[in-house]
Design a protein around this ligand. Structure first.
Ligand code: ADP
Ligand code: MG
Length: 747
């Protein structure tokens, strides 16, 4: 036994020694496990603290406190508002039914709604507060529970052998994650609640704003009510005063009326007595009147029959008078038409009597641009008794020139037009008309033909007159007016309305064998208004070739033609008429030497001279009715052939300048004028003319070309084949009355 014990004694320490490392290892393992658990526990505690701080219990509580305070404040404000509202209600009861009262009632309703809403919000807030309290309480409980568990864990750890630590740690871990989840939920809930509170706060602020608005409105209303009350009070005072004044007036008036009535009554009584007396005397007169009345009554009964008879009689007379008037009217109408025809005839006769070729002269005024030198002196004078003569005084001699009419410098455009308008009207009747402006450059040709925009010349006035005539005759005639503008420069015809004004035009014989001339390509534009003509003139003006010479700043070296065609169809008879009006601003007639031209300029001037000479020849030949008229000697006369011959009417406006420096050109122009008007009639009348004017030859100016060239003209009647020619002869007495053979020039 002892040995056994001893063996055990030996074995046991050995065994103890053998198990000692195991025990130590186990102990150290347990120790590390415990340390790990403790570390985890401390981590868990820290995490818990962190979560607690994250949860912001204290912040929530603070918010809650602020909300409660805010709520209390709002409640107080609400009470205050209610009190004010009540006061307002009391003060506004005076103006029920007025507009402010209605507004007030609306505001009151709005306030009640707001109160209701506020109550609901307050309840919601209380609920939320309650909920927040519950959540906080729940959270505190859980925390306590967790703390307790941690404490238990610590105790357990202290008590428990090492393996039980593992279980505790695990449990804590499990519980910790649940707690975390709870915390998250609580956080989310808290967040949601915070948002709700913010929304509620915003709502509250809005409502507060609305409440303030309603306060303001109420205050304004109150002020208005007070103002109205003051006004009412004042008006009432005024009314009372007025009423009192009226009362006084009324009493006074009543008194006056009463007094007046009394006096009147007295008078009436007196009158009544008088009337009574009169009545007694009137009775016999009444009887007479009654019988008269009965008599009149009978008359009145018979009156309608008498009236009917009288009316019938008057009607008959009126019908008769109307019939007579109608007859007279028709008679008058017939007479009027006859007179109109007669007038037209007379008009034509007048134009014819004046001669188909008339030569007028216009003397332009001396203006500031002409300067003040000696050579700008006036050398032209007139005869106050005879508007057909003018005198040119130069170097102590005076020459007389006689034309169909002379326009003095003061004559205005309208005077000139007055003289030519009969010619223009005859163009509607189907006559061809030519009006030429002849004279040296600067003598006023363009002024007379074109004029200025403010004071237009013959061209524009003629078209205006034609427009007027067209309108007047529109009931019977369909008339169309077209215009062409052409220029003859260096014997070349150019189309002034073409896109390319340099394009040359040719004059051709009409292919229909009528012997008429026509110009292919010459543009014709229909015009119906002054605007139309202005546009056409502007286009023509731009295209017209002008240049400068040393005679005058601007000189026209081309003939400008405005050709107006008037075609008409008579609406009843269908008769067609065509009349052509040629308005020609001729190129300057000054002599070549003076204008200092050379080379191409010389050729230009020669062409101008040639064409003007040809024009003079043609007119002379026409007036003297020669069998051969030299139309083909120039483009101008060739183009105007059909407007110069036959029944056509021609007017030559010779323009002259009255200044000393222009004397030679003036004399040349006047001689040209006399040349074209002095040959027309047979020798018998001519002789008579010679006798009549012989005394005037004394005034003739020296002139190398002044010798009469009667041999050039056929003055017999053989050329006058047309009826127009015959008519002209019949009218010769008047036309030749002013001829002065001594002044017959040759160009
Ligand atoms: P032309 O065409 O013969 O060369 P213009 O018509 O250009 O001459 O006239 C030359 C100048 O004289 C222009 O300034 C014009 O205004 C002026 N003139 C010509 N005639 C008159 C007149 N009757 N009244 C006023 N000014 C005139
Ligand atoms: Mg001119």
């Amino acid at each position: 036994m002892i040995s056994c014990l001893q063996e055990d004694k030996v074995r046991l320490p050995e065994e103890l020694n053998a198990t000692e490392p195991q025990r130590q290892a186990l102990g150290s393992t347990l120790q590390t496990q415990l340390e790990g658990v403790e570390a985890k526990l401390s981590d868990q505690t820290q995490e818990l603290n962190r979560l607690c701080s994250e949860l912001g219990t204290t912040d929530l509580e603070k918010h809650l406190e602020i909300l409660v305070l805010e709520n209390d404040r709002l409640k107080q404000e609400l009470n205050g508002c209610q009190l004010q509202l009540q006061q307002l209600r009391v003060s506004l009861t005076g103006c029920t039914g007025c507009e402010h009262g209605k507004e007030n009632a609306q505001l009151r309703e709005q306030t009640a709604d707001l109160q209701l809403e506020l109550g609901e919000k307050t309840q919601l807030l209380a609920k939320l507060q309650q909920h927040l309290k519950d959540v906080l309480q729940d959270k505190t409980e859980r925390e306590e529970r967790l703390n307790k568990q941690i404490r238990d864990c610590h105790i357990g750890l202290a008590k428990q052998p090492m393996p039980s630590v593992k279980y505790i740690t695990k449990r804590i871990e499990v519980e910790s994650s649940r707690t975390k989840q709870d915390l998250e939920e609580a956080q989310a809930r808290n967040h949601y609640l915070q948002e709700q509170i913010a929304i509620q706060r915003r709502l509250l602020a809005e409502q507060e704003q609305q409440l303030q608005d309603s306060w303001r409105t109420s205050a304004q209303l109150q002020a208005q009510v007070m103002m109205y009350e003051a006004e009412l009070e004042r008006t009432r005072g005024e009314m009372l005063e007025a009423f009192q004044a009226m009362e006084d007036e009324k009493n006074q008036a009543i008194e006056e009326v009463f007094l007046q009535a009394r006096t009147e009554m007295k008078t009436v009584h007196e009158n009544l007595n008088g009337v009574r007396m009169n009545l007694l005397s009137i009775q016999p007169a009444l009887k007479t009147l009654t019988s008269d009345y009965n008599c009149l009554k009978n008359h009145v009964r018979d009156f309608p029959c008498l009236l009917q008879d009288a009316v019938n009689q008057t009607k008959r007379e009126i019908y008769q008078a109307v019939e007579e008037a109608q007859k007279t009217n028709q008679d008058l109408l017939r007479k009027y038409k006859r007179e109109m025809q007669l007038r037209k005839k007379c008009h034509n006769e007048l134009v014819r009597l004046r001669g188909n070729i008339r030569v007028l002269c216009r003397v332009r005024p001396i203006n500031q641009d002409d300067g003040t030198g000696l050579d700008t002196r006036n050398i032209i004078s007139f005869d106050s008794d005879d508007d057909a003569v003018l005198y040119v005084s130069h170097r102590g001699k005076t020459s007389m020139f006689e034309l169909d009419k002379v326009f003095q410098p003061h004559a205005v455009q309208a005077d000139i037009f007055q003289e030519v308008q009969a010619l223009i009207t005859s163009c509607i009747d189907g006559y061809n008309v030519c009006i030429f402006a002849y004279g040296q450059t600067g003598s006023g040709k363009t002024y007379t033909m074109e004029g200025s925009p403010e004071d237009p010349g013959i061209n524009q006035r003629a078209l205006r007159l034609l427009f007027g005539e067209v309108a007047e005759r529109s009931a019977d005639w369909d008339l169309t007016i077209t215009v062409s503008m052409a220029e003859i420069y260096n014997e070349t015809l150019r189309n002034l309305l073409a896109k390319d004004p340099n394009e040359k035009l040719e004059i051709k014989l009409s292919p229909d064998g009528s012997g008429q001339l026509y110009v292919p390509g010459l543009i014709q534009i229909r015009v119906q208004s002054v605007d139309d003509i202005n546009k056409v003139f502007e286009l023509g003006r731009v295209n017209r070739a002008t240049d400068f010479t040393n005679v005058n700043e601007r000189s026209s070296r081309s003939h400008a033609l405005l050709i107006v065609s008037v075609t008409g169809i008579n609406l009843t008879s269908g008769v067609r008429t065509t009349g052509k009006l040629n308005l020609v601003d001729l190129a300057g007639s000054e002599r070549v030497g003076k204008s200092g031209a050379e080379g191409p300029r010389l050729r230009e001037a020669q062409n101008i001279n040639k064409s003007l000479l040809a024009l003079g020849d043609v007119i002379c030949a026409l007036r003297s009715k020669q069998p051969y008229i030299p139309f083909r000697n120039s483009k101008l006369t060739y183009l105007l052939q059909d407007s110069l011959s036959g029944d056509s009417k021609t007017l030559m406006m010779v323009q002259v300048s009255p200044m000393e420096k222009n004397v030679n050109e003036t004399v040349c122009s006047l001689k040209f004028a006399q040349r074209v008007r002095s040959v027309e009639l047979g020798p018998v009348v001519r002789r008579a003319e010679n006798q009549h004017y012989s005394s005037r030859q004394d005034y003739e100016l020296e002139s190398p070309s002044a010798a009469p060239q009667q041999g050039r003209f056929n003055i017999s009647h053989s050329g006058g084949k047309t009826t127009a020619g015959k008519r002209r002869l019949m009218a010769s007495g008047e036309v030749n009355h002013r001829q002065s053979p001594a002044a017959l020039p040759a160009l």
